[in-house]
Design a protein around this ligand. Structure first.
Ligand code: ADP
Ligand code: MG
Length: 725
């Protein structure tokens, strides 16, 4: 980008209207609001900076003396840029982020103020944990929870209308040491996979000291006109439309995908990018998506924990910037029925501390053998724990997408691409030394063929696809926090890497040669877990049948899927790796159930009220007008049959009757929610009775929408919402 910004220029975000004429390139904006490593290198005494780097690498906690120095430097830096407050910023279990702002100013006895921000303030905040969901791990009398700075993620400034706030990315831990957030388990999973991957790398002679997981997610979203949005109570409250007939022109023409971006949207995107640059978020691509009004933005991949923070930040900045442009940014997985929903492709890989991507096929036989070991571990992990992967993205909102022939199916399988699949098949068949064509398969002797990048891009129906040098988990929902899915991927792959390392080590101990040991283990594991590999059409009926024969779970709804967290095998996995204890896991399960119940209950309640107070009155009004017209017309034209008009009135009247009956049915179902402490039973009730009642009511509402006089219809229609001009 070559565009220059003048500080005096009237840019939409207003940040640079401060009278100076200095020019700012987007490259100069990058990281402007981040207390990054390079800022720390400049402002911290050398030994403190070095110590901080060591802490980041080893994952140990910050000592009070270092914390004091860092805090003082952070405060000076933030205040010099106009910050008045600071806040620990964390990811509680409800899926959003939370913050509690604290002033830097402390009143003194003599009526003055001093500014204070100590190492202790940096390290620890004390939000009242009772106001956050804990899933029963903590009674309210033990309400204390601690937020602690995660020194691997840099602090940053958020600009408000009046001032700035220093945000400190934090973990949130309960009084008893339980993780009350999504970040602490993610960090623990990163440690686990690092340790396991290092074990494998050591076998291959590497001296890597740390392995990180890398994540880049492609974020899809919708933009709608804000004024129209404000007239849709369903969009405002639930993020999705609860009623709405399909427009005459939906996405049938497929003319939106990669089409030219409307000017108004482009202005939003440019403004958004500048805001994200300031926060050090490296966004690169932007384009239209399949559905009208749908777009995508993707950053360059980063370490998983930073990518997680950045994705949460990005979503909140997107909402704010959209409002500035009189738009509303919809991050819900399915804002519009009958129109593609939004997801977040989660690209995932592992890299060692020299920056080598461990899922990059190499140039030498040795590198390729190592690549195959890592690949095998991922395949094994997904096969054994596909239920956990499914559970990690299970929400009622995502249920609208998964399996709806637009997003990957709820069956989790792995797609490797044709070339790699051929390699795997040959390994499984033990044909590693055969023909010239297959010569490459003799791992340890010859090399793999060049894998075409995006060999697997052709299969968009696969939930977990290898795309040349990374896996792309495509079932993540657009509005979700990516901490959970990445924590699960890290954990299951860590377990498999440990398993594979155990096996290779055992064979070596028996005196087997290294290449033979690797080959044997790779063949054995790929053979045992090839059932998870699938290259065909994930939407097809045949695949559903075939997957069932292969014993792959097909967990259609979030309620079914989240049971996976309570299984013995899951508890053994997460507690064995010290990522989540049994009770921490159970708390997540309980919160998932609660969230499921609450969100559907809110939707059902709103649906009923929109139905009773907006749709029904409009339909009755129209009915009154039609019948009055018929009556007066009959008086004037006494011998006309008016059969068409009578028919219209009859159809309208029947549709209204159906609507009322379905509305009553939903209300009865809402009144009959079982009163029990068994949240799982309640969630099942919502799945089996409330959701079908909502679907029926919606069909009736949409039927009325296409009959009733447009000028009487109480809400903007899809047609208006979806086509931005
Ligand atoms: P698409 O899937 O649409 O072809 P891209 O190939 O542009 O998209 O990449 C998608 C995302 O994958 C980007 O965010 C990119 O940074 C990320 N990515 C690339 N390499 C890696 C990696 N080694 N680890 C994690 N993410 C990666
Ligand atoms: Mg992609």
């Amino acid at each position: 980008m070559t565009k220059t910004l003048h500080r005096t220029e009237h840019v939409p975000n207003g940040t640079y209207r401060n009278g100076t004429t200095q020019q700012l390139q987007p490259s100069e904006l990058f990281g402007l609001n981040v207390f990054s490593l390079s800022v720390m290198r400049q402002v911290l005494p050398k030994p403190v900076y070095k110590h901080l780097l060591e802490i980041q690498e080893s994952g140990t906690s910050l000592d009070p003396a270092t914390a004091d120095v860092v805090a003082a430097a952070m405060k000076d830096w933030a205040q010099a840029r106009g910050a008045t407050h600071y806040s620990h910023w964390f990811h509680p279990l409800h899926g959003l982020t939370a913050e509690k702002h604290q002033s830097f100013l402390i009143p003194t006895q003599d009526g003055g103020v001093i500014t204070e921000f100590t190492g202790e303030n940096l390290l620890q905040g004390e939000p009242d944990a009772s106001s956050f969901p804990s899933g029963g791990t903590r009674s309210t009398f033990e309400a204390r929870g601690y937020t602690g700075w995660d020194p691997t993620s840099p602090a940053f400034l958020m600009e408000g209308r009046m001032g700035k706030t220093l945000y400190i990315p934090s973990v949130f831990i309960g009084f008893n040491g339980h993780a009350l957030d999504k970040k602490a388990p993610l960090l623990r999973s990163i440690d686990s996979i690092s340790n396991a991957a290092i074990r494998v790398l050591k076998l291959f002679g590497s001296d890597a000291k740390q392995v990180v997981t890398t994540v880049g997610c492609e974020q899809e979203y919708f933009l709608v006109d804000r004024e129209l949005y404000l007239r849709r109570p369903d969009l405002m409250t639930c993020g999705r439309t609860l009623y709405g007939a399909r427009p005459p022109k939906g996405q049938e023409m497929e003319d939106h995908y990669f089409g030219s971006i409307p000017e108004r949207v482009l202005a939003f995107m440019e403004d958004l990018e500048l805001e994200l640059y300031k926060l050090g978020i490296p966004v690169t691509t932007r384009h239209n998506e399949v559905a009208p009004g749908q777009f995508e933005i993707a950053p360059v991949f980063e370490r998983a924990n930073i990518a997680t923070d950045h994705n949460m930040l990005m979503m909140s900045v997107m909402r704010k910037v959209a409002a500035r442009h009189d738009l509303a940014c919809l991050l819900h997985e399915k804002p519009f029925a009958g129109i593609n929903g939004s997801g977040k492709h989660n690209n995932w890989s592992m890299a060692d501390d020299k920056g080598n991507n461990l899922l990059e096929p190499g140039h030498t036989p040795h590198e390729n053998a190592q690549f195959l070991v890592f690949l095998t571990a991922v395949v094994r992990a997904v096969h054994i724990h596909s239920d956990l992967i499914r559970a990690s993205i299970a929400t009622p909102a995502n249920d609208h997408r998964l399996g709806a022939n637009e997003a990957p199916p709820a069956i989790i399988s792995v797609y490797l691409g044709d070339t790699l699949n051929e390699v795997v098949q040959a390994i499984v068949e033990g044909q590693m030394h055969k023909t010239r064509k297959r010569e490459f398969l003799n791992i340890g002797v010859s090399s793999l063929p060049q894998l075409p990048l995006h060999d697997s891009d052709r299969n968009r129906t696969s939930p977990f696809a290898f795309t040349g040098n990374k896996f792309e988990f495509r079932a993540v929902g657009s509005g979700q926090n990516i901490a959970r899915p990445n924590m699960v991927i890290n954990a299951i792959v860590a377990e498999s890497l440990n398993h594979v390392a155990d096996e290779i080590e055992a064979l070596l101990k028996q005196g087997k040669e290294f290449n033979d040991s690797v080959r044997e283990v790779v063949q054995k594991e790929l053979t045992a877990h090839q059932a998870v590999l699938f290259g065909g059409d994930g939407y097809s009926k045949e695949w559903h049948d075939e997957a069932a024969r292969r014993g792959l779970p097909n967990l259609r709804t979030a309620v079914d899927a989240i049971q996976a967290f309570t299984k013995e095998k899951s508890v053994a996995l997460f507690s064995g790796l010290n990522i989540l204890s049994g009770s921490e896991l159970n708390s997540r399960y309980q919160i998932k159930l609660d969230t499921y119940i609450k969100s559907i209950s809110i939707e059902a309640g709103l649906m009923s009220s929109i139905g009773a107070t907006q749709i029904l009155p409009a339909a009755l009004e129209y009915q009154g007008r039609v019948s009055a017209t018929i009556a007066t017309t009959e008086e004037v034209l006494s011998n006309s049959s008016l059969s068409g008009q009578r028919k219209l009135l009859e159809l309208l009247s029947q549709a209204i009757e159906r609507f009322i009956s379905r509305l009553n049915h939903l209300d009865r179902a809402r009144a009959a929610v079982p009163e029990t402490d068994d949240h799982s039973a309640v969630a099942c009730y919502f799945r089996d009775f409330i959701i079908p009642a909502m679907t029926d009511l919606r069909t009736s509402g949409d039927e009325l929408e296409v009959i009733v006089d447009e000028s009487l219809w109480p809400m903007p229609k899809y047609r208006d919402l979806l086509h931005l001009s």
